[in-house]
Design a protein around this ligand. Structure first.
Ligand code: ADP
Ligand code: 5GP
Length: 211
């Protein structure tokens, strides 16, 4: 039986802990992760091909023209996009794939993959969000302000997500996101092949029954 994989979209305000949660989720539960392309500069310690595919604007726009992304968006002055091939291959193989992307991209994914599960991560309160973003120390004050303004705008899209998970205690958050993914796998809409298989098997048995 060839059951297709499901896309798991994880979004959340900048600094909420998406990267931290996703890293732990993969270490603990071993999901496939889509590596995005971006035109932003690498942060210290980020590795090309592992954290992102770092591209020039010209390279990124070329990939857009060649339909290389399942979605792409502009976020605070940079391009970000999900490479098409890896995602399509993994789904075909039956693997669930995690996309850690912002809200405009998440809406595009849902249009193309109605079975995708959309999870929005939030912080216990806005002050913790601000402290985490400042505490990470990877953006200057101007960029932090832009990201916090963008977070306010993103609240309009929160209700379009299937699930809202609060990242307060990190380990609990990782387990909560995993619980959502597991529940998704049990949905009847993700098991239609199994229903058909069961029906066919029961039909064989029914044919053998003579009353
Ligand atoms: P994002 O990927 O959403 O921008 P990061 O994963 O880079 O966020 O996390 C931002 C900062 O918040 C990091 O310094 C990280 O260590 C910290 N952080 C993540 N999760 C928690 C948590 N549950 N409690 C406290 N700090 C956290
Ligand atoms: P950061 O610069 O903090 O790594 O990412 C900024 C924002 O871009 C985050 O909200 C992150 O989820 C989002 N992002 C990362 N990759 C992609 C992608 O491929 N597509 C879209 N639409 N957003 C992405």
């Amino acid at each position: 039986m060839n059951k297709k994989g499901v896309l798991i979209v994880i979004s959340g305000f900048s600094g909420v802990g998406k990267g931290t949660v996703v890293k732990k989720l993969i270490e603990k539960y071993g999901y496939s992760l889509s590596v995005s392309a971006t035109t932003r500069q690498p942060r210290p310690g980020e590795v090309d091909g592992k954290d992102y595919y770092f591209k020039t604007v010209a390279e990124f726009e070329n990939l857009i023209d060649y339909n290389g992304f399942i979605e792409w968006a502009q976020y605070v002055e940079n391009y970000y996009g999900t490479p098409r091939k890896f995602v399509e291959d993994e789904i075909e193989k039956g693997n669930n794939v995690i996309l850690e992307i912002e809200v405009q991209g998440a809406m595009r994914v849902k249009e193309q993959y109605p079975n995708a599960v959309l999870i929005f991560l939030t912080a216990p309160d806005a002050q913790s969000l601000k402290s985490r973003l400042e505490g990470r120390g990877t953006e200057d004050a101007k960029v932090i302000k832009k990201r916090l303004k963008r977070a306010y705008e993103e609240t309009d899209d929160m209700s379009h997500y299937d699930y809202l998970v609060v990242n307060d205690d990190l380990d609990k958050c990782v387990d909560d996101v995993n619980a959502v993914i597991i529940a998704e796998g049990f949905k009847t809409s993700n098991n239609l092949e199994y229903i058909t298989k069961t029906k066919n098997e029961l039909e064989e048995i029914r044919k053998e029954i003579t009353l």
